[in-house]
Design a protein around this ligand. Structure first.
Ligand SMILES: [Zn+2]
Length: 175
């Protein structure tokens, strides 16, 4: 990696280490994590779950994959959090202006990206409206998690994050 990039990352880490969270870091390092929720969201740099939900170290168990696609590895992560860490709820969080959903709507992708786009295309079906497609993709993710992880035992809900306003809109239950 370019030296300039490493310097930029190191400078950020230096600020982070002096941000006043030292006690919380030590506590969770020594006593383990007890996150209260799982958030499955997109890798998009504008979608930062800990910031969006004003959460700190040890609060959220986050699974991030472009387009919040939920495959077996993601399910394994969610299962670990709900079965072993005591997370009581799972949020599948889509967002406005999702590039992965737009790529699925546009149609063509190759290589590793095609793996994501194909999964999203299957989730959105015939939907052509970007926001409705985003919601359909979230609903499909909610269904996937419920089917895989015994939906009765784990609360799963879908939501859409608005990248312009910062607001989270919860999708209705029974999606
Ligand atoms: Zn996205």
């Amino acid at each position: 990696m370019e030296t300039e990039l490493i310097q930029r990352l190191s400078a950020g880490n230096a600020i982070y280490r002096n941000d006043g969270d030292g006690a919380r870091r030590l506590d969770t390092a020594r006593n383990g994590q007890h996150p209260y929720a799982v958030v499955v969201c997109c890798s998009d740099s504008r979608v930062i779950p800990e910031r969006i939900f004003h959460a700190g170290i040890g609060d959220l168990f986050v699974v991030r994959v472009a387009g919040n696609v939920i495959g077996r590895h993601a399910l394994g992560s969610i299962a670990y959090a709900t079965e072993h860490l005591g997370c009581r709820g799972v949020v599948v969080l889509g967002h406005t202006g999702c590039g992965a959903v737009e790529a699925a709507l546009a149609g063509h992708a190759e290589g590793f990206i095609a793996d994501l786009v194909d999964a999203i295309r299957e989730a959105i079906g015939a939907e052509r409206d970007p926001l409705a497609a985003c919601e359909a993709n979230v609903r499909a993710g909610v269904g996937t998690v419920r089917r895989a992880l015994n939906g009765d035992a784990v609360n799963v809900i879908g939501a859409i994050y608005d990248t312009a306003t910062g607001a989270v809109r919860w999708l209705s239950e029974g999606v």
